[in-house]
Design a binder for this molecule. Sequence first.
Ligand SMILES: [Zn+2]
Ligand SMILES: [Zn+2]
Length: 466
Amino acid sequence: MKRRLFLASATAVSGVAIGSTVAAAPGFASHLGTSWAPLKGGRRLSDAGIAARLRLFGPENVDPRTGAFPQERVITSWLSNSSFAVAVGGRLVYLDTFISRLEVERGRTPLVIADLIDARPDAILLGHGHGDHADNAAYIAAMTGATIYASEETCAVLAADFARLKADPLVNADQKTRIPADAVLRTVPVTSADSVPGTEMIRLDVLEPYAQVVAFRHLHSVAVPQDPQYPPPRTEILVDPRDAALFPSGTSLTPGSSPQPGQMNLRTGGGSGGTVSIYFHITLRHGSNFSFGWQNTAGALKEGIGNGWSGTPEDGERIRGRLASLPQTDLHLATASTANYTNNGLRDLIHYQSVLHPRIFVPNHLTSGTRTREGCSLAVYAGYLEQMDLMEVPDADRPHVRWVIDPVDYLQPLAFDTDDDTWRDKSKKDRIKALDRIKLGRPRAVKAFVGKQRMTAGEHTHSCEV
Ligand SMILES: [Zn+2]
Ligand SMILES: [Zn+2]
């Protein structure tokens, strides 16, 4: 072991990081001796940008003078539901852009849309196009120049979102919120329209040369009949009854029939391609090849069926094969939603994990969904533990669980030391090499939309499926 590390739970006083003396799991980053990664393209952040990054990642993970991130650290910060901000290799990437209870002012969710824009993301990865994932994406990208990586179906919807936003009087009502006249929406289709899950695997240049990113279509969550082999948990989904009184509603960002000052509709139009779901896997090319996967839904691998995909077990097998080809997963950011909770929801998550064998599991999709809502995270945790018992997952095969509970775990960064020996795995280099044989997607696929795209039908219909 190179060095034993401390959990990144430091506080900063007058810009000086103070070390915690609480011993932490190996692999979590120390803030001691930080070297800062240069900002992309010599970019300079505004004071508001630095403040936004400090809000997202904490004073121990951001250079207070420049807004730069540490060189040898991957940092994740939960933004609500399945959305994360991730700092990797000095870049800022958003995984999904939907925010639960997004309001005009910071409230129970301690961020506003301006924070996500001011922080200047380099890229946005969208796991699928439903509103509880892709809301806000077109606007953030238009305002920042970030490139969006999503299915071809979702890219088309985002182009329509962009056109609508450019013409929206509420967006144009304020100089600060108006989309600049020369703004361009950059989207990269990760999978081609109507592709068969698992057949197309693409390598993305989003974090090159620092990290390898591969992606492929998998399955959206769906209800299938109860599995006699793996019964669902009996744990009830309970919402904390104190929540409504503790966290009264503010003014929603999305306007109703009489818009209030500051309100704008940044929701995506949705559409039939919204269920097309992408699995993303990111592996660092240096240090200990720290590797993490993110999925914002989990379909029925056993049956090969997902919402929008009436497949066969063969489809599930193909996806398992893709998952098995990935470098060892150190961190799995994955859906523990209660969609289909009473039949196969958590079974399906555990089936993904039975292939990936993640070292650390951080759940997502905990604050919106068919059954999930704010204040029910602990119940899902209990259900997840029960489901593993019901499936008789041996202790040795269970990930180290870093559960998150809203709202206290919003914007609480997890920082991983990418040089730590904990992440070393002999097979990683071979897997990286094998995946490098997949062609790099972006040069062929990038599409840019300028401000005169025609709007398409159905753009105001908001989809909130899970
Ligand atoms: Zn969802
Ligand atoms: Zn969905």
